[in-house]
Design a protein around this ligand. Structure first.
Ligand code: NAP
Length: 545
């Protein structure tokens, strides 16, 4: 047993695989492995399935992928039985219900241990197996350790000095109480104007007594168009199951649309404007990942679409200079950070009961018992403070577990120096550790999550199946393979403007986090082809023993 392995206890349970997480990826992963006959256990910190959609129950939570492509593709029957989407972009309760339905239908809960958090996973080189411990005192001995713990699941919740002294109620959006929070008439503060903050702000502005929004760097946003579907439309979507399944795996970002307007260079200014107007009116992320590919790589193209988006935002703010200065982004170009869809977010600031605090002028210095203190010495008195302050993306879910590979090496320490993976699926030095939603694979930043997560979960299941068929016990990418993937990833990333922008995509929201684009930017389709090639080629670059 390795020097850093947790001590063994007599009640150690032997397993083939542990899957961490009961979200979109975890449910699919567990289902596949169980169907293959593995003795698999799911471990989930929440009290039920849902993952992102279990934790993020804050007011206004809704996703930005069209419901018809936010699906599981492994069973048309299941898809039909659920009955198809009710509206174009589903709210959190619907998505949570959908995942509960899937868990019911596939009887997945019996393989899960809920209300349980993995504390450590240590690879034992003498047995080629993982010892996994939990906060409930369990010790498991498993061949495979598969993390489906989420790309955006480790909250940045402890940010300001004095948080514990606050006399009111303080919540991070991803830890919103199930019973809800009484907001009516209250003095409420929101920190953060990312995709989450925008949804919270637009939803609660009309309910609260007064809303104070603390804005550091504002973000671009697109007004959502979210029609309800008629029965006929729902049926038409259900009938397109096979077609949609094919499309999402063939596009750049895992949606059923792609860049379809040719080159930005070949278009006249009028033609470009017409494309922007059409996509803007569509009210979807097609405005972001469906206009011109040059928007991601060339300054002139990006400046062009950014100017268009800023013009739209200024109009919505009724050209009020104070609000424009605080809420219209000038520090980065359109699409270089995640562009949220929203519904009345900017208009909320026109309300008399909403105040925007420009944190570049007066930043938050501390939380005091009465509220939030800013650098001008002012205390913004509050009853409730909502932190919409995001996540330690990609790495956080894994580094918050004590994961140790060969010779006791620590993933937290390794990634504290440099964030590296092999295709986001494995890490050199950590045999039989498999990951979904991990760095250097396409994920939330540049992908419709259900597409990428299922593709990764399927690759992992197929790979474990291959190992079993060939009586192979252990698999690990070589250092050379990992170097090659990191180099390829960086080449593509550095050809974009994404790496020149501060965002959670680059880890810049977490103090001290090494800088690297977390998501693979070569396209979901390209990535899938690379994964398929590895599989078809007998796993070159991976050591199998
Ligand atoms: P986020 O995009 O990281 O936003 C965090 C916000 O907190 C930013 O505005 C950030 O400002 C602010 N902040 C952090 N520290 C601060 C400080 N000291 N003072 C003032 N402001 C501070 O997190 P998120 O909004 O939770 O979204 C994360 C991702 O989750 C999204 O990009 C998206 O991929 C996903 N998501 C999707 C949906 C959807 O599908 N509709 C909804 C929610 C989330 P700075 O940027 O200036 O640091």
């Amino acid at each position: 047993m390795g020097a850093h392995s947790p001590s063994s206890t007599t009640n150690t349970q032997k397993l083939d695989a542990i899957v961490v997480g009961a979200g979109v990826a975890g449910l699919c992963q567990l289902h596949r492995l169980r169907e293959m006959g593995l003795n698999v256990l799911g471990i989930e910190a929440g009290s039920d399935v849902g993952g992102t959609w279990y934790w993020n129950r804050y007011p206004g939570a809704r996703f930005d992928s069209q419901t018809e492509v936010y699906q599981y593709w492994f069973s048309e029957e299941l898809n039909k039985k659920w009955g198809g989407p009710k509206e174009r972009f589903a709210p959190q309760p619907d998505t949570e219900k959908w995942l509960q339905f899937v868990a019911d239908e596939l009887d997945l809960r019996r393989s899960y241990r809920f209300n349980t958090r993995v504390e450590s996973a240590h690879f034992d080189e003498s047995t080629n197996r993982w010892k996994v411990t939990t906060d409930k005192g369990d010790v498991f001995d498993t061949q495979f350790f598969v993390s489906c713990a989420g790309m955006l699941s480790a909250p940045m919740a402890d940010l300001f000095p004095g948080q514990k002294t606050f006399r009111g109620k303080l919540f991070h959006t991803s830890r919103w109480p199930k019973e809800g929070v009484e907001l009516a008439g209250k003095r409420v503060g929101v920190v953060g104007v990312g995709a989450t903050g925008m949804q919270v702000i637009q939803t609660i502005a009309s309910q609260v007594g007064h809303l104070t929004v603390f804005v550091l760097n504002p973000n671009f946003s697109i007004p959502i168009r979210n029609p309800k579907y008629t029965d006929a439309e729902r049926q038409a979507i259900l009938d397109r199951f096979g077609e949609l399944k094919g499309q999402v795996n063939a596009t750049f970002a895992g949606f059923d649309y792609d860049f379809a307007n040719g080159s930005w260079h070949d278009a006249t200014p009028e033609q470009r404007r017409a494309v922007y107007e059409k996509l803007w009116a569509d009210g979807s992320l097609a405005m972001w990942i469906g206009s011109y590919p040059e928007v991601f790589s060339e300054r002139a193209a990006n400046d062009d679409i950014s100017a268009f988006a800023r013009e739209k935002m200024r109009e919505r703010l009724q050209n009020r200079a104070d609000l424009i200065e605080t809420l219209v982004p000038m520090d980065h170009g359109f699409g270089m950070r995640r562009v949220p869809l929203e519904n009345g977010y900017l208009e909320a600031f026109l309300r008399p009961n909403v105040t925007a605090v420009n944190c570049h002028k007066t930043g938050i210095t501390e939380i005091v018992p009465e509220g939030v203190k800013t650098s001008d010495g002012k205390v913004h008195e509050l009853d409730i403070l909502i932190l919409a302050t995001g996540f330690d993306a990609g790495t956080g879910a894994l580094t918050r577990m004590d994961i140790r590979g060969r010779a006791g090496r620590s993933l937290k320490e390794d990634w504290g120096k440099e964030i590296r993976t092999t295709m986001g699926l494995q890490v050199h030095g950590y045999p039989n550790l498999f990951t979904t939603g991990a760095p250097l694979a396409p994920a939330a930043a540049l992908c419709n999550m259900t597409t990428c997560l299922q593709q990764q979960a399927n690759w992992i299941a197929d790979t474990i199946g291959y190992m079993r068929d060939h009586d192979l016990k252990v698999m690990e990418p070589t250092a050379e393979k990992e170097d090659a993937w990191v180099k390829h990833h960086d080449e593509i990333a550095n050809a974009t403007l994404l790496t020149k922008t501060n965002s959670w995509y680059m880890g810049s929201n977490v103090p001290g986090k090494p800088r690297r684009l977390l998501s693979y930017a070569g396209g979901v389709n390209t990535y899938k082809a690379a994964c398929d090639e590895v599989k078809a080629g007998g796993y070159q670059g991976f050591e199998l023993a």
